[in-house]
Design a protein around this ligand. Structure first.
Ligand code: ADP
Ligand code: MG
Length: 571
């Protein structure tokens, strides 16, 4: 039997875990429920609690509880919890560990690998942070996939008709919309848009603000954090009730001092509050459709994903604007985790069907001197909505005679104006030939399936290569070992023992890579053909990147390639 890889929907508000069990994707309950609140806390005895228990103490003990950590993924933040400090990756790792152990209990064996979903609009930082969180939790993250992609995969994997789907995913904290083509079990994302700061949480906030402004007397200051959190806890279920009921009554005794909170709200009043936010999602919907080159008439189905997509006004507005009645054939709370499990099954070789084609929601450019010779302009190499993995290269010229080095700047975005893009990394190619201006440099961007970018610059005339994985501006590199120890200490666990083995294995790979490099360098000195030399330099370079990334399986692969090359080239 092949090893089981689990699929995880690591949500802002709720998370879920699934796996292929008995040949089909199934949700694995956590604490007896299909989804688990993505909340981490320390209880009164100093013990870590994750999920509903942590959520329950959110209002009473906000200083010992962390919610919506996903909104901070990729930030270099220190989150205080139980007298210690944690990175967003570490907080997420608590959640992932809980899901992992539920899966291990259900499957009856250790789980070491996972596919984790992220919003399509997550940038490099956020994706890498998610990967790190999985590693801290003791899992290899074999694939990061976009949430709407996972949803479409869950929906499309067993379909045989050809369809164009619009996946509308509104969760607690993020919104994603994708146009997806399903063709004989093959899922292809055509375009994707979204907003990482829009979700049902914002509906709660509007509702809470409304109640508070009705409650507070003129000029009365806003109440403290605990009271505001209590109010948020109060409005969230009421909001869900408004999905099924035309009105709702709020009552909270002694809400503030000896004053009771008492309020009634009709659904249409609530809808007035949230309509501007829903309107905002339509801007993304239309953009995704026009990027995909589709009109409403070309869309066969609207799939609703995420808890907040249950809001009736969303159904109504989608049906009205696109003239299609949206469907939620698969539970919108579980569909993403099920899709992740299907993808995990594909990676594990358990499923032959269901091929995933993913796209990048961002374009990537490099800076060049403007044609008029003044100022800097950005030249897009990878356009947004390009299928992944993407490899795009172009030629650029040095601008002065005997230019020894060139700085390569990598931007996210495709605007010619660098100000409108964000600089996500740069590096130097040094030691260029001392020739007149016009020395040709080939710049290649490679965006992998996880949306992680590698940029390579190559001097055409000599084959001199410089290549980096984007060291994004302001990015912090998480020290995985220290992070594991940090969370293990709080959980009262021994730091994971399996790492010793993993460490040894990595040492061996490193030694092999060094040995191969020495042989390759010796061979290069003897002067071999240009093509062979390029091949070798490319592998050496790729090995270095893999070593830097700590990507053992890539190091192993490159070692094999290099060893084969050397076998043929050495006497
Ligand atoms: P995430 O993907 O961010 O983890 P979910 O998909 O679990 O989030 O959605 C959570 C959001 O959905 C919350 O804001 C929750 O209040 C909202 N929600 C859940 N059920 C309903 C419902 N029946 N009606 C309206 N909103 C709901
Ligand atoms: Mg979600």
């Amino acid at each position: 039997m092949s090893e089981t890889i689990i699929g995880i929907d690591l949500g802002t508000t709720n998370s879920a875990v699934a796996a292929i069990i008995d040949g089909r994707p199934q949700i694995i309950p956590v604490h007896g429920r299909d989804t688990m609140p993505s909340v981490v806390g320390i209880d009164a005895d100093g013990k870590v609690i994750v999920g509903q228990a942590a959520r329950n103490q959110l209002a009473a003990a906000p200083e010992r509880t962390v919610e919506s950590i996903k909104r901070r993924m990729g930030e270099n933040a220190k989150v205080p919890l139980g007298g210690r400090e944690f990175s967003p990756e570490e907080i997420s790792a608590f959640i992932l560990k809980e899901l992992k152990s539920a899966a291990e209990e259900k499957l009856g064996r250790p789980v070491g690998k996972a596919v984790i979903t992220v919003p399509a609009y997550f940038n490099e930082h956020q994706r890498k942070a998610t990967q790190a969180a999985g590693q801290i939790a003791g899992m290899e993250v074999v694939r990061i996939i976009n949430e709407p992609t996972a949803a479409a995969l869950a929906y499309g994997a067993d379909r045989h008709e050809n369809e164009s789907l619009l996946v509308y995913d509104l969760g607690g904290g993020t919104f994603d919309v994708s146009v997806v083509a399903v063709e004989r079990g093959v899922v292809e994302v055509k375009a994707s848009h979204g907003d990482t700061r829009l979700g049902g949480d914002d509906f709660d906030q509007l509702l809470a603000d409304e109640l508070l402004s009705a409650f507070l007397m003129d000029g009365e200051p806003a109440p403290d954090l605990i009271t505001r959190r209590r109010l948020r806890a109060l409005v969230e279920p009421a909001k869900c009730q408004l999905t099924d009921e035309p009105d709702v009554a709020f009552r909270e005794e002694y809400f503030l001092g000896d004053r009771h909170l008492q309020h009634e709200l009709r659904r249409d009043e609530y809808e007035k509050l949230i309509e501007p936010l829903i309107e905002k999602t339509f801007a993304s919907v239309h953009r995704a459709m026009s990027d995909a080159g589709l009109a409403a008439a070309d869309i066969d189905k609207i799939m609703l994903v995420g808890g907040a997509s249950r809001t009736p006004l969303i159904h109504a507005m989608l049906a009205d604007r696109l003239d299609i009645e949206p469907s939620a054939e698969i539970n919108p709370d579980l569909i993403v985790a099920l899709g992740a499990a299907i993808q995990a099954g594909i990676v594990a070789g358990e499923r032959g069907s269901g091929v995933l084609i993913d796209i990048t929601p961002h374009g990537y450019s490099t800076a060049t001197v403007a044609p008029d010779g003044y100022g800097i302009t950005c030249f897009p190499l990878i356009r947004r909505n390009t299928p992944l993995p993407a490899r795009k290269a172009d030629l650029f010229n040095t601008i002065v005679d005997s230019q020894e080095r060139a700085r390569i700047e990598v931007y996210q975005g495709e605007s010619p104006d660098p100000e409108e893009n964000s600089l996500i990394g740069d590096f130097l190619i040094d030691g260029l030939s001392l020739v007149p201006a016009g020395n040709r440099i080939r710049i290649e961007y490679h965006l992998d399936l996880n949306g992680i970018l590698r940029a390579t610059a190559l001097e055409k005339s000599t084959g001199l290569v410089k290549s980096v994985t984007i060291d994004t501006k302001g990015e912090h590199v998480v020290e995985l070992e220290a992070a594991r120890r940090n969370i293990a200490a709080l959980l009262g666990e021994e730091p994971p023992g399996a790492d010793a083995d993993a460490g040894d294995e990595h040492e061996d790979l490193l030694a092999a890579a060094n040995e191969l490099r020495k042989r390759a360098e010796a061979l290069l000195k003897t002067g071999i053909g240009e093509d062979d030399e390029n091949d070798i330099r490319q592998v050496l370079d790729a090995t270095q990147i893999a070593l830097k990334d700590g990507d053992s399986s890539a190091v192993e692969k490159h070692n094999d390639t290099l060893s084969d090359l050397l076998f043929y080239l050495e006497d």
